[in-house]
Design a protein around this ligand. Sequence first.
Ligand code: FCB
Length: 455
Amino acid sequence: MDGFRKDFVWGVAAASYQVEGGAFEDGKGWSIWDMYCRKPGVIANGDTGDIACDSYHRYREDIRLMKEIGVHAYRLSISWPRLLPSGTGKVNEKGLSYYDALIDELLQNGITPYITLFHWDYPYELYKRGGWLNPDSPQWFADYAKLVTERYSDRVTHFFTLNEPQCFIGLGFESGVHAPGQRLSADDTFQMAHNVLLGHGMAVMAMRAAAKQPLEIGYAPTASFMYPLTDSLEDIEAARRANFSLPDDPQSWTWNVSWWNDPVLLGEYPAEGLAKYEKYLPHIGQDDLKIISQPLDFLGQNIYNGVQVKAGETGEPIYLKRYTGFPKTALNWPITPECLYWGPRFLYERYHKPIYITENGLACNDVISVDGKVHDPNRIDFLYRYLRELKKASTDGVDVRGYFQWSIMDNFEWHSGYAERFGLVYVDYRDQTRLIKDSGYWYRDTIACNGTNLI
Ligand code: FCB
């Protein structure tokens, strides 16, 4: 194929806790993020998501801006405790109605909703019952997935189960810099991960059973992708090995691709990990992997950056140091466009699933200039370089179905609070004014020509 498919989905993404606000309104239950943000010193500037971008009240304006940019799709997440204040049991009708209105408004504006079931705002009441460590936790998630499907699958057909399990387990329970801020043993994090994967599989089954029409269901993990120094077979093979190998340190194991993807997409845990982590692993039931590997329609993948790799003397991957002054974003993340070529390619070669890039973008130090506009040439340059790589992947035969830019607007960036601006739309938090940045208009033009400007 030459460039992107004709029906390529150009989207934008956001997540419930990061944009909605309305944290204590209309019967919503508390999430672990509502709790965590109250802990002194853990979030930059003492920020919270209590109000965020106030999208709970301003979603119509958000959607108007999406329409102006011309996006085809919006990847949103649902706040589990807004629907089920205790995580299970009693349903909050007002919460359900909020997403009804949001979905209807999107559809009326010709924008397709892609729903992520879980983007980190875990119900606090379930956390008190042990959260993902509780053996009932997969069923809790499946019950919530069923509720979402029963209510919205008459209008919504595209779903993702989990966003970045690497992060919500790794940052939430290993390093403890995200909610709920714990540092648990490897035995516990492996147990949780297994329950998370079971929850994914059980949710997929529950959704297929409850669907009002055929659904397309995927998963949205993340990764930093290794890319080869040259196009030599040796370097490519070294990068591939590096991408699918597993960390040695069992206290910091969650940053990898294969432990999270192989069970879901290949029906088995990687042998390397079974050997390496043997003494920390939970009991894996006979049918567990069958449950976890429910057929999916596509793979969602968040990609922000990567590391360059070359082959050593015996083919082993050597991770290359970045040169002094290497390009970086405002958050100090390296700018490595090649990862948007090699990431999808390696994933497609291993898993043979259509791919959506479910997140990609950057933080910039954006300001409103004297002319009243937000000029963000760095974001345009970044998106240009990254999307050009994705286009090349599509041309080279990787089945790339769509791309969701992170994010439609500046929002609550977890432990960085509002200090980091990731949006195509600038948000002035003093009065919630929104302003499309130059990059938003650039994205509009790119969508309009289906990426033929990416030369
Ligand atoms: C990802 C998260 C998303 C956002 C971006 C910048 O890890 O999924 O919510 O914070 O990073």
